[in-house]
Design a protein around this ligand. Structure first.
Ligand SMILES: [Zn+2]
Length: 422
């Protein structure tokens, strides 16, 4: 289901194609979130027009509402939401365990409140019990008690009819002890085998399954977990769990893991869960990641923050700020997205965002997803042309994706040395 086209000489980066039941996906690719069955503020045709071939639906949320039975009755998630390209569904484990471990979604991805040496006991949330059999939790929708097990997660994903299903895992946060991380990882490996056993006889035709590497920030545990997942019959491999407390540690943990996977399962696709900052996407591609999913580009868009080629500002500009009140320029000159090419000024977007007009959220979301789609195109073109280091240097120096990052010649060199205009 995965063919590698080009391997980069100086890094683990590679281009390839995922061959899925609902079409091919060119990799490396970013995967926008359709958490509750919609990419927020957009229609499927918008998402396709931006160039995306794969989106991610959320098993946990769709399980609680509208429920897998209804989605199956309506013809599966593709038909229900009217998206005819590929869908990956997560297993629900991340959301279930985020409740139990106490809102660690950000912490797990190294953005949050985790402190080394801090309290080790998980805070109590809506999780009622973590058992070998599965997890008991309270629904945020109706307060009712629910139970999710590896087999149940696979059954929900089968009912949704996704192209890629993820196995059910425990997403261990940063603040737990090494012993907890290790015990949890071993249980995740047992759950992997249960998921694969269930899927072997009852999984829908054409659906492939990704295992998930855990092991927190412990190098030996990541290696053990990579070996366990690589030796299983899964079709692809995702990297999950705590990736550390900052970007440097995250890149290190991902690097350890892809190094093992490159050795043990070089031909299986690799997905990095929940990462989507521009600099992390670039680093992830260099480390050999094939697909990424993250709420960030769309969530930022809904908060009025647009992605721009300004590395020193975290590739972001906050359009809600007063300085844009009468700015006539678009978000990004030369950008081909519906917001910029449509001639909408920063002043107009600023006004819409302040007035809480939905059109404003939609336009910035379109721009952000356009920006990320062009970024991934540039990285793919760089790998295929054997010029990834130059493309990466240009992007890190402030080149605009889709416009000048792939250009040859002295301009790139000048750019990367020039002070950042932003
Ligand atoms: Zn734009």
């Amino acid at each position: 289901m995965f063919t590698v086209r080009t391997r980069s000489a100086g890094s683990r980066a590679r281009t390839g194609t995922l061959h899925l039941a609902h079409g091919d996906v060119q990799t490396p690719a970013f995967v926008p979130l359709a958490t509750k069955g919609a990419v927020k503020t957009l229609e499927p045709r918008d998402v396709a027009a931006l160039g995306y071939e794969l989106i991610l639906g959320n098993t946990f949320h769709l399980l609680l509402a509208p429920g897998p039975e209804l989605v199956a009755q309506m013809g599966g998630l593709h038909e229900f939401m009217r998206w005819d390209r590929a869908i990956i569904t997560d297993s629900g484990g991340f959301q279930v365990f985020s409740m139990g471990h106490g809102g660690v979604a950000d912490e797990i991805k190294g953005r949050g409140r985790g402190r080394p040496g801090g309290p080790a006991a998980p805070r109590t949330g809506s999780i009622l019990a973590i058992e070998e059999e599965g997890v008991r939790f309270r629904s945020y929708v109706d307060g009712g008690e629910r139970f999710l097990a590896p087999e149940g997660s696979m059954a929900v994903q089968a009912a949704l009819g996704s192209d890629i299903a993820l196995v059910f895992d425990e997403c261990t946060p940063f603040h737990v002890s090494r012993e907890y991380t290790e015990r949890s990882m071993e249980r995740t490996h047992r759950w992997l085998e249960r998921c694969l056993r269930w899927h072997e006889t009852r999984g829908p035709a054409g659906q492939v399954v990704y295992g998930i590497v855990q092991g927190g920030v412990e190098r030996d545990l990541r290696a053990i977990s990579a070996a366990a997942v690589a030796s299983s019959a899964c079709d692809g491999i995702a990297i999950g769990g705590s990736l550390g407390q900052d970007k440097a540690q995250m890149h290190e943990v991902v690097g350890w893991t892809t190094e093992e996977l490159e050795r043990l399962a070089p031909d299986r696709p690799r997905h990095l869960l929940g990462i989507g900052d521009v600099d992390d996407l670039i680093a992830g591609v260099e480390l050999g990641i094939d697909t990424f999913d993250c709420a960030l580009p769309t969530r930022l868009g809904r908060h009025g923050v647009a992605l721009v080629p300004a590395p020193d500002s975290g590739w972001r500009v906050d359009l809600v700020k007063g300085r844009w009140r009468s700015a006539p320029e678009p978000i990004l000159d030369g950008c081909g997205c519906p917001a910029c090419a449509g001639g909408f000024s920063r002043a107009y977007l600023h006004y819409l965002l302040r007035a809480r007009e939905l059109t404003g959220l939609r336009l910035v979301t379109l721009h952000n997803l356009w920006f990320i789609a062009r970024l991934m195109e540039d990285l793919r073109a760089g790998v295929d042309a054997g010029r990834l280091p130059e493309v990466v240097a240009a992007l890190r120096g402030g080149a605009a994706p889709g416009m000048d990052a792939r250009r040859n010649g002295p301009m790139d060199a000048e750019r990367s040395e020039a002070p950042n205009p932003h």
